[in-house]
Design a protein around this ligand. Structure first.
Ligand code: NIG
Ligand code: FE
Length: 413
């Protein structure tokens, strides 16, 4: 049995004795202990407290870590990403600088279709290695749990290939991984004028294999003008439900077309993006149990209006924040930057952003009993910061790497 003592922690943050999804005002409460210790046993949190109350003997531990001057936080829970992709798309980045919109690029066969063409031509092993490198990079930036979507296959073979890569990441990585089937990301070229044909392919051909091989935990649809309508979203999600996949949906990124009401009706775990929210969208989301997942770096990268986080929190919504790491709208999985953007652009308080990126992110992946807070019995997933004067310094000093080291399941990575 391995037991680790982490001692003399300047500030231990994100402590939760009772686990619950934070909503509205609750998001601003982040419990901390100054001058603290933490005990890890077999990869799990076994105890924590003030150094003054430390009653153990040094010989009780197989290993000791000094954390003088450091702040220790739960590792980030990034509940919305697309990290399995074949290639970057910086040529479209230039097109956007020159004035084309995301929707115009998509209409020209760029965007998701561009990534799909490249992904279908890339062998599974190569995709796996590329995704491993990305996961490795973001875990060093503090991410300890992640949701990863398919959606760049858009063919049975391509979607299954992506989901098999995600399954391998799940088995291999110290980062906890959840898989989402996003076959309904866009219509492939050959189904441009036969939407029903592609929906039938998703429902009758892709979903049964995905269910049989247990390749996905969730189902996602890009519910958006020019992509999937609310009716199509409903049909696809109901088929997913039949196989036990709960919805986590892309809605209200470019337009408000009823995705919020549809997602609530479908009992979605989360509704993600939310750049364009009407007052009614905010109101019905606040009255529902569904998590609104905000992706501020996608809004930033596409020069979209920022998500109305303040309005949503004040209305009593439950909010998570995530990176949306993907080659088209957010080519970064750095959750430290997501937190900074949440504070700078969306006017979230540092405590709100940290909670939205930890415990609420964990809820948005149904991993809340395992990760997302300093709670006895949860995984020993911690960020050790370099010396910082306060928690607010993390988002304030955006762009500076303030992470000294990361522990996942009791291992320094
Ligand atoms: O979350 N909006 C839909 N899907 C992704 C972008 C995909 C892409 O452009 O490759 C997103 O922003
Ligand atoms: Fe996305």
């Amino acid at each position: 049995m391995s037991s680790i003592l982490i001692k003399n922690i300047k500030l231990l943050a994100g402590i939760r004795e009772d686990n619950f999804l934070l909503r509205g005002k609750q998001l601003a409460k982040l419990t901390t202990i100054k001058d603290a210790f933490l005990i890890v046993q077999d990869g799990l949190i076994a105890a924590y407290g003030k150094m003054d109350d430390f009653v153990y003997r040094n010989s009780d531990f197989s290993w000791q870590v000094e954390a003088i001057g450091q702040t220790v936080l739960p590792a980030w829970c990034d509940s919305h990403t697309h990290i399995v992709f074949a290639d970057s798309r910086e040529e479209e980045f230039i097109d956007k600088i020159k004035g084309l919109s995301y929707a115009e690029i998509a209409a020209r066969g760029g965007g998701i279709l561009n990534s799909a063409k490249r992904l279908n031509a890339t062998p599974e092993n190569e995709l796996f290695n590329l995704a491993c490198d990305r996961l490795d990079e973001i875990s060093k930036q503090g991410t300890g749990a992640i949701e990863i979507k398919s959606g760049y296959g858009l063919s049975t073979e391509g979607e299954l290939k992506m989901l098999r890569v995600i399954k391998r990441l799940k088995e291999k990585s110290l980062v906890s991984v959840k898989a989402t089937f996003l076959g309904a990301h866009t219509y492939p070229v050959e189904y441009k004028d036969n939407h029903q044909g592609y929906i039938d392919l998703i429902i009758n051909e892709m979903l049964p294999v995905i269910a049989q091989e247990k390749l996905a935990d969730y189902i996602d649809v890009f519910c958006e003008t020019g992509f999937f309508s609310t009716e199509e979203t409903e049909k696809i999600c109901q088929a997913g439900r039949h196989y036990g996949l709960k919805p986590k949906l892309h809605v209200n990124q470019l337009n408000s077309i009823g995705g919020i009401a549809t997602g609530i009706k479908l009992d979605a775990i989360s509704l993600d993006h939310l750049e364009i929210m009407t007052d009614e969208d905010v109101d019905i989301l606040a009255k529902s149990p569904v998590i609104g997942t905000l992706l501020p770096t996608a809004a930033f990268f596409l020069r979209m209006p920022v998500q109305p986080a303040r309005k949503m929190i004040d209305a009593g919504c439950t909010i998570a924040i995530a990176s949306d790491y993907n080659p088209g709208s957010s080519p970064s999985g750095n959750m430290n930057f997501v937190i900074a953007m949440s504070c700078i652009q969306m006017k979230m308080l540092p405590e709100e952003a940290i909670n939205a990126a930890t415990i609420n992110g964990a809820y948005a992946m149904e991993l809340h009993n395992e990760v997302g807070s300093i709670t006895i019995g949860k995984k020993a997933n911690f960020i050790f910061t370099k010396p910082i004067p306060s928690l607010a310094y993390l988002p304030y000093s955006f762009g500076t790497n303030l992470i000294d080291k990361v522990m996942l399941k009791g291992n320094f990575i």
